[in-house]
Design a protein around this ligand. Sequence first.
Ligand SMILES: *Cc1c(COP(=O)(O)O)cnc(C)c1O
Length: 367
Amino acid sequence: MNNLNSLNFSGGPGALPESVLLQAQQAILAVPEVGLSVLGISHRSDWFAAVVAETENNIRTLLGLGSRYHVLLLQGGATQQFAMVPMTLLRGKQSPAQYLHTGYWSGKALPEAQLQGPVEVIWHGGACDFKRLPDDDELSFSATAPYLHYVSNETVEGLQFKRLLGRDDVPRVCDMSSDFLSQPCAAERFLLIYAHAQKNIGPSGVTVVLLHEDVLNLVPADLPCFLDYRKQALAHSNLNTPPVFAIYVTLLVTRWLLQDIGGLRNMADINQQKAALLYQTLDSSEGFYQGRAAHQDRSLMNVVFNLGNLELEKKFLAQAQRAGFSGLAGHRAIGGIRASIYNALKLSAVESLASFMQEFQQQARNC
Ligand SMILES: *Cc1c(COP(=O)(O)O)cnc(C)c1O
């Protein structure tokens, strides 16, 4: 069978390493050390407790995360975190939480927060069509905000912060769903980080939450247990039946990051090379391919661009599909083309795409 996984540029769920897919395939029949299908092993088994413990440990090792942080594996995706964060940190507050509205996903977090308490949007990228991110001198961080919330990588628009935002005396909360574990990050400078697995580190169904222990004392008493970080932490991500398969595959990806890639610095180097190659292809196309994001804010994960007109974009996508590339259509909210080049996508796949783009351009010029 022709393996098209290697050219999967999907925005999410994203590509996973082939070695992980092979192990997952094996595990569906039987996990070697247990002799049972991963789909039928009890979440109360010793084996699963060890899976959770190793996944947590691997994430700690990869990020250099200390013991004052909990690593939770929750359900409900990033969308549930949009609500759980303000339920925990914003209810009953007088001072508004500060939010940046830098694109599609940070926009989705806002109404969920507004249901729980006062929110100040300190930057709105709508005026520039979400084509760039703010500089520090455009932002005014309050000392009294309960927290600052932002999205490190705007997956739809292809914008990524290259710096830490905010002030050290106000807790930072960050949605890192689409660039988590793609590069080192100063995890301990955040109160809370959340990232669902399905862009960079696993299948859908599990969401990683890194939580400073102080958060546990802030949880209101009247939350349903499922939405209560404290109860989730006490239960070691096993409050109710967790997504065993999704967590197992996420474990395999963290092993791959540690053992095959050799850590986040190496991962970042590879991701830099992949992104540089695609952006170079855009920049040397004499305007044939138009990158969407301002240069300084270009995402290393999602390369978003347009061609001269809709018809040409359709032709590009159809021809790319025939050549074996998949997942290149832009997000339905903005159209265009988006090449998502998450961790598992190899440099060789990006090289193939860059060549395809050059050939397509040549062809279009000749007719
Ligand atoms: C995809 C995405 C989401 C949506 O996550 P769900 O798990 O579908 O709720 C949220 N934030 C970012 C940055 C994303 O890329």
